[in-house]
Design a protein around this ligand. Sequence first.
Ligand SMILES: O=P(O)(O)OC[C@H]1O[C@H](OP(=O)(O)OP(=O)(O)O)[C@H](O)[C@@H]1O
Ligand SMILES: O=c1cc[nH]c(=O)[nH]1
Ligand SMILES: [Mg+2]
Length: 211
Amino acid sequence: MRLHVVDHPLVAHKLTTLRDQRTDSPTFRRLADELVTLLAYEATRDVRTERVRVTTPVAEADGVKLARPRPLVVPILRAGLGMLDGMVRLLPTAEVGFLGMVRNEDTLRPATYATRMPDDLSGRQVYVVDPMLATGGTMAAALRMLVERGATDVTALCLLAAPEGVKALEEGTAGLPVTVVTAAVDDHLNENGYIVPGLGDAGDRMYGAAE
Ligand SMILES: O=P(O)(O)OC[C@H]1O[C@H](OP(=O)(O)OP(=O)(O)O)[C@H](O)[C@@H]1O
Ligand SMILES: O=c1cc[nH]c(=O)[nH]1
Ligand SMILES: [Mg+2]
């Protein structure tokens, strides 16, 4: 597993407001959208392109376009939905697969309640989006599912990670081809499995009632 923590003052600024408990749902959603754009800029550095020629109003020019097969973006519902628009804005040719997963708040084990995904992911570049990497159980289960379908090139974009989740992915996905891109790795997980200092429950903050 490769880990890339995006070190940029605009990322740090937006993440700080995201963490603030006074930030309401509409602002939280806007900031998550803006942050994913900045993370995606780094995460898509190796996205495959092909050479093309275009005619400008002045002359012929060499250029590049996103190549086929089309990249696949996979939001992990619910909270990952808040990162989907930003991703497909940057990757307009992307196909989207959906994974509905929820963590049992007592056992902290993930359960999958929805899957809508191409059967064959061989040769595809896959970008999984989920704001929180806490114990890593949800992301590890998602990765296993993608690899079972033939994925060999997976990038996970998370707004925040815990060291425990990073370690779990390093150990649990040994040999799996995954790069994790995040805005920060926080201090630790608390006894309820929440990232400390974190930002609370990302799904609730995105889709709970606006304050
Ligand atoms: O690393 P883990 O310990 O597995 O925890 C992380 C998961 O928990 C959150 O989702 P949640 O289960 O709260 O679902 P939601 O998005 O519907 O709120 C988060 O968006 C991740 O999917
Ligand atoms: O801190 C955490 C941990 C898991 N899921 C969240 O939304 N937040
Ligand atoms: Mg949640």
